[in-house]
Design a binder for this molecule. Structure first.
Ligand SMILES: [Ca+2]
Ligand SMILES: [Ca+2]
Ligand SMILES: [Ca+2]
Length: 214
């Protein structure tokens, strides 16, 4: 007897084939299920596998695209704007990559520095001409983060870096009248070379600087 099931042909010499209509499969007489896949079924499986693979690739491409879209500068810019707004609200001025806090009263150089440190900043370090111009615009005598307290005549910024480009006023620094002038201030604010060395115990206004770290 020959059985034909969905394209499957089988010679059954022992008459051992029986059907199992309840489960929709074919079984041998010992109840072992015959597993077979028709040629049209194989094609169907291949099509499903290829479609699934393509869907996976599309999903991966979509995920990568979304990540690239989310990791963009607008988010950073948004955070930067929020940060600037917050600092501005607290009285800081933003200029060229740093926030500056201008005091409204006077203290010694050391106490001024202490105030800056408590604000998470330090006395201003003047790194270029633009920053030098910025510090002059307040038209006040202002402590800056410069001193030669460690070694007379060797001027250093508060972060320990040596002074390279300077804006000393005429004949400054001079330890005027043999005074121990070890701290730097903006004094001659009407000229570009506005710096003076002064005794650190004098009271001045001061500028704190906090570098923008975003
Ligand atoms: Ca600076
Ligand atoms: Ca000195
Ligand atoms: Ca001086």
């Amino acid at each position: 007897m020959i059985l034909s099931v969905s394209g499957f042909n089988q010679q059954d010499n022992s008459d051992a084939f029986v059907t199992c209509f309840s489960t929709g499969c074919w079984t041998w007489t010992d109840s072992v299920c015959i597993s077979f896949v028709s040629s049209s079924g194989r094609k169907c499986y291949k099509l499903v596998a290829i479609t699934f693979g393509l869907l996976c690739i599309l999903q991966a491409a979509l995920n990568i695209s979304l990540r690239l879209l989310l990791y963009t500068k607008p988010t950073t810019n948004h955070n930067t704007q929020l940060c600037r707004a917050e600092y501005s609200h607290q009285g800081w001025i933003y200029f060229n990559g740093s926030f500056y806090y201008i005091s409204s009263w006077e203290k010694s150089w050391q106490d001024s520095r202490k105030d800056c440190l408590q604000r998470g900043a330090d006395l201003v370090i003047i790194s270029n001409k633009e920053e030098q111009e910025f510090t002059r615009r307040f038209q006040k005598h202002i402590w800056i983060g410069l001193s030669d307290q460690e070694k007379e005549g060797t001027w250093k910024w508060v972060d320990g870096t040596p002074l390279t480009t300077s804006y000393w006023g005429t004949d400054e620094p001079n330890n005027y009248q043999q005074r121990n002038e070890d701290c730097g201030e903006i004094r001659f604010y009407n000229t570009e070379n506005s710096w003076n060395d002064l005794e650190c115990e004098n009271n001045n206004m001061w500028i704190c600087e906090k570098t923008e770290a975003l």
